[in-house]
Design a protein around this ligand. Structure first.
Ligand SMILES: [Zn+2]
Length: 264
């Protein structure tokens, strides 16, 4: 009985500490004590977008200027899937939430970062394998339930040059890394993740035409973050991610501000 009581007190203290630590993340930001990394590329006409079909570049033009109108104001047009953005679960699957329906609780989470940039150096078509994940877990511990998994492929170095970023071959087929369908299945079914993210144009690799990773993640009601900036500045774990997507009613995704808060 005494042992039971000791255990009960220990668990109570630990869960209280957990609550204090969680509350502390935002307090540290407000007090200027936390390292915050903006994972979002600025929107401009050079931004990468899905280069197929009716997709168009980002466009901004002023509709009033301080000089002429005494007020500065502009208008812009953009595909939803341009620049740093989120794919809502309804992007590839019926009867799944649109971007405005993703609850706030899903947009805040602990992130883990898996680095496959060494493998991508020799093979731009490389896709994350389940054994890459298990190897990561050997060093860093099991991916916590509810984590947002980010893939550092090293592709962000090409961001400034859209041609390098697409990496088309002579037949117009793109070549860039991604998740494999096996790794997406594993993360959804065995690790109960919140969503996934990547520093390329797509969660699927460039020459994957069946979008299996999108189907697996979206059919589980989860999101994909694409064209994420500065992934290479993040540690493998100890990161809290805050996502703020644009609220397009019924939208399939959209531009998303992403901040990473590092636990110091
Ligand atoms: Zn997308």
């Amino acid at each position: 009985m005494k042992l039971f009581l000791q255990l009960f007190v220990m668990v109570a203290i630990l869960s209280l500490q957990g609550k204090i630590l969680r509350a502390g993340v935002l307090e540290n930001v407000m007090e200027g004590k936390a390292t915050v990394i903006d994972m979002t590329y600025p929107l401009n006409e050079k931004n990468a977008y899905w280069p197929i079909g009716n997709y168009t570049p980002f466009k901004f033009e002023p509709i009033a200027t301080l000089k002429k109108d005494m007020v500065f104001s502009g208008k812009y047009s953009t595909p939803e899937h341009l620049g740093t953005h989120i794919d809502a679960p309804n992007h590839f699957e019926q009867n799944q939430p649109s971007v405005d329906q993703i609850p706030f609780e899903q947009l805040v989470g602990k992130a883990v970062v898996v680095n496959i940039s060494d493998k991508v150096k020799n093979d731009p078509d490389y896709t994350l394998s389940v054994s890459d994940i298990l190897l990561w877990e050997k060093t860093n511990g099991q991916i916590p339930s509810g984590a947002i998994v980010l893939l550092n492929t090293g592709w962000g170095r090409r961001w400034q040059n859209f041609e390098d970023y697409k990496n088309n071959d002579k037949n117009g087929c793109m070549h860039f890394p991604g998740y494999s369908k096996e790794s997406a299945n594993f993360l959804v079914s065995k690790r109960n993740i919140r969503g996934i993210g990547i520093d390329t144009l797509s969660g699927d690799c460039g020459n994957c035409s069946d979008f299996q990773v999108h189907h697996i993640i979206n059919s589980a009601g989860k999101f994909i973050l694409e064209n994420i900036a500065n992934i290479d500045e993040l540690p493998p774990r100890g990161v809290t991610l805050i996502l703020a997507p644009i609220k397009i009613e019924g939208g399939s995704g959209g531009q998303c501000r992403i901040w990473a808060i590092l636990s110091n």
